[in-house]
Design a protein around this ligand. Structure first.
Ligand code: RB5
Length: 149
């Protein structure tokens, strides 16, 4: 699968762990930065290019990491076509895809440990949107908001 990753300084260390993890699992990974740890960098500078790549289908899924994952989720959802969420638990990592067609996983590099992050990522990547009528109906309501606002 084509996967994009991005992180600010708060998520940099975790990004450096998940990049080889994804590559070794056979995924094609595009790293949208940061490419070095700089405490003065800003998460929108890395997460927005990733979010645009997800929305434009340049990558199938995205993983964005900041310190808490909160800022990454907030900014990623400003890009139309992105359905991002901050995830801490296994159930939401796959159910967010199955029901809500989540296409961008946000993690907190200062919150979630490396092994837990890898398990959340595996659950996210294995999951597929069910396409059930009720979920499509809900997504259409979300998409209408993107066009109106
Ligand atoms: C950066 O210090 C930190 O605020 C950022 O990584 C993130 O946690 C924002 O949500």
């Amino acid at each position: 699968m084509k996967i994009g990753i991005a992180a600010d300084h708060g998520g940099f260390a975790l990004k450096q762990v998940i990049h080889p993890f994804l590559t070794e699992a056979g995924h094609e990974v595009t790293d949208f930065g940061a490419y070095s740890e700089n405490n003065k960098d800003d998460y929108p500078d890395f997460v927005v290019p990733l979010a645009k790549a997800v929305a434009g289908n340049e990558v199938e899924r995205g993983i964005a990491i900041c310190g808490s994952g909160v800022g990454a989720a907030i900014v990623a959802n400003k890009v139309a076509g992105v359905r991002a969420a901050l995830i801490h638990d296994h159930f939401s990592a796959h159910q967010g895809v199955e029901d809500d067609d989540m296409n961008l996983l946000c993690l907190g590099g200062r919150v979630t440990g490396n092994m837990a992050a890898e398990e959340l990522i595996l659950a996210f990547l294995k999951a597929r949107f069910t396409g059930a009528e009720r979920h499509l109906r809900r997504l259409q309501k979300v998409e209408q908001l993107e066009h109106k606002h």
